[in-house]
Design a protein around this ligand. Structure first.
Ligand code: ATP
Length: 505
């Protein structure tokens, strides 16, 4: 079935490249079905110099005859499925998901509505990749550069926020997977999205309005943008978000996003926040804002700890032993890896996809999400020694640790570590302003020394810590480690597949 899907997609793609010489065989132009060539087109193609294309075409024709239209539609992903609500019901009935949370069902209703609106407005939103590429001819491109185009989407996006582990990402992914594969859609973590924005900006240095060019590129690729974990902590991001999204929305982009913070709380307490505030208004204008409203952290429903989270420095040697067992060799040497935009990172010990770092080397140095993302593109397992308790004196390291855990979780990476305390205790001395006021109603400054407590009052960290605790707990569970293994196997078979395809061609 996969081979068929690939062949048909290829045929359809190539037909676009050849100016649409292929047409649907007996089907209306606008029907969402995979293409088949008509005899005239066949004879054109038969004389094509492109051997590879002829091979695909023949394969597709043979396979096509053996299949019903429905199967072929499913195979090519040309049509969507029943929608997130039905799919959720299917998964709860089959036992894949736990049932009974009305907040998740309410959220699904909102997602289902959005799903239906997008299906209804597929054409006006130009969601279909192939139709859009027909319209995105060179003439249209030139015209749009001469006269700036403004075409807000008729469909509002969704900003979904709420407590940690309540299933926001899972629901967004479920919604995303139900939409047709041939749509211009993208699902990406917010960190990675901003990284790609900054690297594109670098490439367009010197252009009059690089943000508009970048927005143009992004919207050409994806009209539906699903961003996981919208979280603004970086002043450089905060200052460009409004203009970036104004351009994106004016180019028809529909944003669907998950976050732990309500729009009004984004970048709370951040530097130059007044310059960020217009973004909040832009966001509210273009997205329906929905709070999931649940307080169930589904991560805590998983199996008890099975992983490698050791409390106490005494376990440092054990950590090293486990690390050597995983890589299958004694004391590997240091490695230098390129992480992002030519930047290099020294891995103190690394081999076979596993890296070993003392905590300080990874979280007490000027590293950020970009470096961590680059690192986990190369390594699937991290052994980290000496995670300390966090407080005011090591607040910056706490920020980095939170980011590191986010990136690892997103990549389904495995963590082995020794820490000074349990995940909850690590963050005991990081509190929000509201928490600090409960401790002492007169607290107004960012920090407060109470006896020997080095309390850190920080709203961004104070809220983010719940997510980190929840994730550290899940990363230690049997289910997570199974997902990590499955992910590794998927990647390995993808590499084998790509290699065999490269050999064939
Ligand atoms: N109904 C459910 N049944 C079973 N597992 C669930 C259910 N909802 C969520 N989960 C699981 O709980 C974990 C946390 O869910 P998810 O990552 O979607 O939460 P989140 O709200 O995005 O969390 P965070 O705010 O920390 O990013 C995931 O492993 C997810 O698969």
């Amino acid at each position: 079935m996969r081979a068929l899907a690939r062949s048909l997609r290829q045929v359809r793609y190539l037909s676009q490249l050849r100016g649409g010489v292929l047409s649907l065989n007996g089907l209306g132009e606008n029907e969402k079905r995979p293409i088949l060539c008509n005899p005239a087109a066949c004879s054109l193609i038969k004389h094509s110099y492109d051997k590879e294309f002829r091979r695909y075409l023949n394969q597709s024709l043979v396979l096509w005859r053996a299949l019903s239209t429905t199967e072929a539609n499913e195979a090519t992903g040309a049509v969507g499925r029943a929608g997130p609500l039905l799919e959720y019901e299917r998964r709860t009935t089959s036992g894949e998901l736990v049932d009974g949370d009305s907040c998740q069902v309410d959220t699904l209703r909102v997602l289902q509505r959005l799903y239906e609106q997008l299906i209804e407005h597929e054409d006006s939103c130009q969601l279909d990749r192939y139709k859009a590429s027909e319209k995105n001819g060179r003439r249209r491109w030139l015209w749009s550069r001469l006269i700036p185009q403004s075409s807000y989407s008729p469909v509002k996006g969704l900003y979904l926020y709420g407590g940690v582990g309540t299933g926001k990402t899972m629901l967004m992914d479920l919604f995303y997977d139900q939409l047709p594969c041939n749509w211009r859609k993208k699902r990406i973590h917010f960190h990675d999205f901003m990284l790609s924005v900054h690297s594109r900006l670098q490439m367009h240095k010197g252009v009059a309005d690089p943000l508009e060019v970048v927005a143009g590129e992004i919207s050409d690729e994806s009209i539906l943008l699903c961003l996981d974990e919208f979280m603004v902590t970086d002043v450089a991001d905060a200052l460009i978000l409004n203009r970036l999204f104004q351009h994106l929305f004016s180019k028809g982009v529909v944003l669907v996003s998950t976050s732990n913070r309500a729009p009004d709380q984004l970048y709370e307490g951040g530097l130059q926040r007044d310059l960020f505030l217009p973004f909040i208004e832009t966001l509210k204008e273009r997205c329906v804002v929905h709070e999931i409203g649940s307080s169930t952290d589904y991560r805590t429903l998983g199996s008890a700890g099975q992983g490698f989270y050791f409390v106490g420095k005494v376990y440092s040697e054990l950590l090293k032993q486990k690390f050597y067992e995983l890589i299958g060799q004694e004391i590997p040497g240091p490695q230098v890896v390129e992480v992002v935009m030519g930047r290099q990172l020294q891995v103190p010990r690394g081999a076979n996809g596993c890296a070993y770092f003392p905590f300080e080397d990874l979280c007490d140095r000027p590293l950020g999400a970009a470096d961590y993302s680059g690192l986990f593109k190369k390594f699937h397992t991290l052994a980290m020694d000496g995670v300390p308790k966090f407080a005011l004196h090591n607040r910056t390291a706490a920020y980095r640790f939170v980011t590191l855990v986010d990136v690892m979780y997103e990549n389904r990476a495995r963590l082995l570590c020794t820490a000074e305390a349990s995940p909850v205790e690590l963050f005991e001395r990081i509190v929000t302003v509201a928490d600090a006021q409960k401790i002492s109603p007169r607290t107004s400054s960012r920090s407060q020394k109470r006896d020997d407590i080095d309390l850190c009052v920080d709203n961004v960290l104070g809220f983010a810590k719940d997510r980190t605790i929840s994730r550290l707990t899940e990363m230690n569970s049997k289910e997570y480690l199974e997902q990590h293994e499955a992910n590794l196997q998927d990647k390995a078979s993808q590499i084998v597949h790509e290699k065999s395809e490269a050999i064939q061609t």
